[in-house]
Design a binder for this molecule. Structure first.
Ligand code: SAM
Ligand code: SF4
Length: 322
């Protein structure tokens, strides 16, 4: 079992397989052109898998594949199958912007994947295009439909942004409710790569909008999910991910691995350690020791308070996988 320096059980590993992306979401990607990590500096799937095995052997129970856009990296289905075959009891999930799902979903299903989180910030083509800086809505909706038809358990992620999608939150909730998807509104986390002036809605503002149509009650937390549930009168539960709340980190069970082999204990802080050399030298003991050291020094809580935007790590969300 993996326990961090604050007594929290850590059993959830998020693995970013690429920092590249086919979208340029206002809240995630820089305005100016940027350069990618050269492909030769990335860990191969086999190397990422070696570390995932270390994690699973030490107590990781849930693995989420993310990016950048994970479906841009070829062979993702084979990678998922490697993890699934190693331990079919692992809760294996994927986070994607959905654009490549129409053609990728079947292979993901065949690889053993059962759960997909898909980002959907707007149901209006022009707003979705403004946020992603690309005409995406039709293809993303086709991807969502394909995943639904194949029987995937689907969660929808939506980042409410001032001046973009704030008028659509009820429509997005209704879309998810009608389709049997859980929706999670994610508070915008200020970062150095987001579009200048990007401003999100906090949990209270999101609730105030939903309250215009629905009454709801807070669902008491039972596990370490980052999402706070709110139950409508008919039982449908929507979630809000509230990293600005002071108790958000109390039950944090997560650690992140980037595509270049960097282990990150907290999105907010700069601190990290690379497992790349250990894995490439096949030094499994060293990789396990680095994992334990990173967890021993995992920060107690983030610092996403108003006015602290400049303290946030210089790493981009498209590098860490959100
Ligand atoms: N490309 C995939 C996608 O968009 O779903 C996976 C990677 S993306 C970094 C993972 C999640 O992080 C997405 O749901 C995205 O909306 C969210 N995200 C990105 N930047 C964010 C920010 N600044 N604040 C809050 N959520 C953010
Ligand atoms: Fe790409 Fe996802 Fe970032 Fe949007 S949120 S730019 S889809 S990595």
């Amino acid at each position: 079992m993996l326990i961090d320096g604050h007594g929290r059980k850590v059993d959830y590993l998020r693995v970013s397989v690429t920092e590249r992306c086919n979208f340029r979401c206002q809240y995630c990607m820089p305005e100016k052109p940027f350069s990618w990590v050269p492909k030769e500096n990335l860990l191969s799937y086999e190397e990422l898998f070696e570390f995932i095995k270390v994690g699973i052997d030490e107590g990781i129970k849930k693995v989420r594949i993310t990016g950048g856009e994970p479906l841009l990296r070829t062979g993702l289905d084979t990678f998922l199958k490697m993890i699934y075959d190693y331990d079919p009891s692992i809760d294996l999930a994927l986070t994607t912007n959905g654009f490549l799902l129409p053609r990728a979903a079947q292979a993901l299903k065949d690889a053993g994947l059962k759960r997909i989180n898909i980002s959907l910030d707007s149901l209006k083509a022009d707003v979705a295009a403004k946020i992603a800086q690309k005409d995406v809505l039709k293809t993303v909706l086709a991807g969502i439909q394909k995943a639904k038809d194949l029987g995937f358990k689907i969660k929808i992620n939506c980042v409410p942004m001032r001046g973009y999608n704030e008028t659509e939150l009820i429509d997005i909730l209704d879309f998810c409710k009608e389709n049997g998807f859980e929706v999670r509104f994610i508070e915008f986390m200020e970062n150095k790569h987001a579009h200048t002036g990007a401003k999100g809605l906090n949990s209270q503002a999101i609730q105030d909008i939903i309250a215009k149509k629905y009454s709801f009650t807070l669902v008491p937390r039972t596990g370490p999910s980052p999402s706070q549930g709110y139950a409508l009168d008919d039982g449908y539960v929507f979630g809000i991910i509230e990293p600005h709340k002071s108790d958000f980190c109390e039950s944090c069970n997560r650690i992140r691995l980037t595509a270049s082999g960097v282990l990150i204990p907290c999105l907010f802080f700069e601190q990290s350690q690379s497992i790349k050399e250990a894995i490439q030298n096949k030094d499994i003991k060293k990789a396990a020791a680095i994992l334990k050291d990173v967890l021993a020094n995992k920060p107690e809580k983030n610092n996403w308070n108003e006015g602290n935007e400049n303290e946030v790590s210089s790493r981009a969300f498209y590098e860490t996988g959100g």
